[in-house]
Write a protein that binds this ligand. Structure first.
Ligand code: FPP
Length: 253
């Protein structure tokens, strides 16, 4: 039997969890003389191809930043377009999510969304909850600081109620109170649109995540561009504080 070397193993490595900041919809539209809403609509198509490619490549969790806590500050007409797009995309894609065995999760503070949109999110999560092929987490009205603050609040509440001791507070205790603690931290974090920032996305969860920045605008980010990011990840060596030699020894053990 041919022995597989650590290098070959790395070449085949697929990130289990990919997180994406889908940036550049507005600029993509402006460059074409179109309204920003056209950029968001085109961006929804990129979400579809990245979801399909994730299923094909065996990614287990995909988390996309669809609407940040700060996006409420955009002009009301653009916020409305995005809300309508969430509604219509969910309606249009739910069949395909079921067909592909994709579990949908919404992460973020839902209370700010209209009751109608909240009901649509709830229903989509309910009907897909048993699917295991891919977990698609859509971050909406989400912020990394909001997530950490909420977890800290839960810890404080439990200590005040007497159900948690102060000396039980450690990293694992806080991490367990973040949104969806059952999925591992992202292995790969992609941001499109040319900016090199994390912008309050998965702050706690990205401590050791590999970062990948693409100059493509999100509507241009197709399956081939995503493949390039996955292949770039496969070539990287993740050390988690170990030496390079220790990592190679661990991989070939
Ligand atoms: C950032 O581009 C993009 C957004 C704030 C919205 C992303 C939403 C979608 C792609 C819609 C569908 C998604 C789902 C999952 C239903 P930008 O507007 O900040 O672009 P700019 O930096 O060029 O202005």
């Amino acid at each position: 039997m041919t022995k597989i070397s650590a290098i070959d193993v790395d070449e085949m490595r697929v990130p289990e969890h990919v997180a994406i900041i889908m940036d550049g919809n507005g600029r993509w539209a402006r460059q074409r003389g179109l309204p920003r809403s056209a950029g968001h609509r085109a961006g929804a198509k990129s979400v579809r191809s990245v979801v399909e490619e994730s299923v094909r490549r065996g990614v287990r969790v995909l988390t996309v930043f669809a609407f940040s806590s700060e996006n409420w500050r955009r002009p009301p007409t653009e916020v409305n377009v995005l809300m309508e797009l969430f509604m219509s995309t969910l309606q249009a894609e739910i069949k395909s999510l079921i067909e592909h065995q994709v579990q949908l999760r919404i992460i973020g503070d839902m209370s700010a969304f209209s009751p109608k949109l909240q009901a649509r999110f709830d229903e989509a999560q309910r009907v897909t909850r048993h699917h295991q092929r891919l977990i698609l987490q859509v971050a909406a009205n989400y912020g990394g600081r909001w997530d950490i603050t909420r977890a800290a609040y839960s810890l404080a509440e439990e200590v005040a109620a007497g159900s948690l001791r102060l000396d039980q507070i450690d990293e694992a205790a806080l991490a367990a109170r973040l949104s969806f603690p059952d999925v591992r931290d992202p292995d790969l974090f992609i941001r499109t649109g040319g900016e090199k920032r994390i912008s309050n996305f998965l702050l706690w969860q990205s401590a050791y995540t590999e970062l990948y920045f693409s100059d493509l605008m999100w509507p241009e980010f197709d399956a081939a561009a995503y493949d390039a990011a996955l292949n770039d990840f496969a070539r990287r060596q993740r050390r988690f504080g170990l030496t390079g030699e220790q990592v190679v020894a661990k991989a070939s053990a």
